[in-house]
Write a protein that binds this ligand. Structure first.
Ligand code: SF4
Ligand code: SF4
Length: 167
């Protein structure tokens, strides 16, 4: 994985905090309409999928601090999986299927180690339905619940998963 991607994924919570605080200041101090925020969330959804919740949302940051931080916590995983947050989450979640950027698997380099599925809160909660590398299962990256934490990409030892627009 390129060093920049690795760095961005490892600093995701800091990026979420910074953008979330800037957005909160913009909304509260400069009276930015929530309609613009909604429009922004939808545009980012068309391009990147459901990135707003885990990379930009002030409420998402607060909720993640309270509930979603511990990857080993079943409660945290359940929160990430089921959250129906707000209209941005609803719309961008359904856009995961059609967004320009997607999580893509290189089957030629995948060693079937299963680390990606263990890290993913979707496939770890529903292993009989979802998998990032098993061809007979549904891709969790295209499901409503994937909020592009990109842990699957980060954890793959072979660089077989990439979040990108084109092959
Ligand atoms: S980005 Fe990867 S690990 Fe995170 S929820 Fe989506 S498929 Fe799962
Ligand atoms: S972590 Fe990488 S190599 Fe292992 S199963 Fe997933 S995609 Fe394949």
């Amino acid at each position: 994985m390129p060093k920049l991607s690795k760095l961005l994924i490892s600093k995701r919570v800091i990026i979420l905090a910074v953008i979330g605080i800037l957005l909160f200041i913009g909304i509260s101090q400069f009276n930015i309409s929530l309609w613009y925020v909604l429009l922004f969330g939808i545009i980012t959804g068309v391009v990147f999928g459901k990135v707003f919740c885990r990379w930009m949302c002030p409420m998402g940051f607060i909720m993640e601090m309270i509930m979603g931080r511990n990857p080993d916590s079943k409660f945290g995983a359940m929160y990430q999986y089921h959250k129906m947050g707000c209209p941005i989450a609803w719309i961008s979640g359904y856009l995961n299927k059609w967004s320009l950027f997607k999580i893509k698997l290189n089957i030629d380099t995948c060693k079937n180690c299963g680390l990606c599925d263990k890290q993913c809160y979707i496939s770890s909660l529903e292993p009989t339905k979802y998998s990032l590398y098993k061809a007979d299962k549904t891709d969790p990256g295209k499901s409503y619940s994937c909020s592009k934490c990109l842990k699957c990409v980060e954890v793959c030892p072979n660089g077989s998963l990439a979040y990108k627009a084109f092959k």
